[in-house]
Write a protein that binds this ligand. Sequence first.
Ligand code: NAD
Ligand code: IPM
Ligand code: MN
Length: 354
Amino acid sequence: SPQIKLAVIPGDGIGPEVVAEAVKVLGAATASEDVSFDLTWFSLGATRFLETGDVLTDEDLGSIAGHDAILLGAVGGTPGDPRLKDANIERGLLLKLRFSLDHYVNLRPSVLFPGVQSPLAAPGNVDFVVVREGTEGPYVGNGGAIRQGTAHEVANEVSVNTAFGVERVVRHAFAVAQARPGKHLTLVHKTNVLVFAGSLWQRVVASVAAEFPEVAVDYLHVDAATIFLVTNPSRFDVIVTDNLFGDILTDLAAAISGGIGLAASGNINPEGRFPSMFEPVHGSAPDIAGKQLADPTAAILSVALLLDHLGLADASTRVSAAVTADIAARDRTPRSTSEVGDAIVTRLTDKGLQ
Ligand code: NAD
Ligand code: IPM
Ligand code: MN
């Protein structure tokens, strides 16, 4: 049977705890499929840096790039830890993977599952997906400081937007919208202030729209988008936006749809030239790490995205269904990270419980 080479990066904090459950679910969901997963575990993150001084070696990057897909937990230490000051794990590891493996589509679905309490009084039907650009914007590291440490310091952080980069992610977002019943795409930007980038994004959306006549398009400034995400999230179907706006909006999106413990994501290289990487939206949560308090659902739903990406649509659907059923049955009884994973595995293996 075909073998899928999966690179697994548990990372720091709650990363290893949630990845352990995601891997259990992956096994249970694919047991009946004609594929086998060959896992390579990579010890990367703040813990590895503190032990060896390595953030991401060329050897590790080369090895990861040779896999079919990547599952990542979370990386990063406690914000402000002085021992990590020079490491910049987020940039040197996570962003380096996204940039090197050309993950230009950062796919972040938001669904309010039945039974989940939203902090919104009347959330309505929350079911949208943010297509966040993943390789450009202010994330490129095109910055610098002069007179650093003086009263006259100037710190620049330049947002890079290329016609090529914007067009490919916008076209992908249109295709995502075309495939959904809503067929609606919202461009989110800040064209009233960021005039050059904003103009590029708007012109690209207008021209690609001609290829997708069935998709309705509208535009919101990012500040207004945060209002509507809270007051009327059901107005959204697909959002396309730049790297930084997408980062901020997807934490808000997670909060309104039941919390960061449920938010999954895929860092996609659509052409498959490089392995795509699936990870929860949340970080390493140092405040709850090592206590089996983390919700592994976001990591498990990231496995559903991974399976779908690999063309294992049935297995993906089974994971989503098992998670949906588990969520619907949740009450106030506290469960450990592994109890949540086990309950979802039970639903996958015991048809009677589904
Ligand atoms: P965070 O997402 O780690 O935590 C924010 C809050 O959400 C915390 O109170 C945490 O306990 C809670 N939380 C997060 N995931 C949870 C889960 N699965 N179940 C229950 N509660 C959960 O964000 P932060 O505190 O800003 O960042 C911590 C570290 O993680 C930093 O080093 C940051 O750079 C890094 N980070 C990494 C990634 C990633 O690897 N993709 C993403 C975001 C942040
Ligand atoms: C995320 C994280 C990362 C980002 C950080 C840790 C670099 O917040 O995946 O949302 O900003 O993209
Ligand atoms: Mn983020």
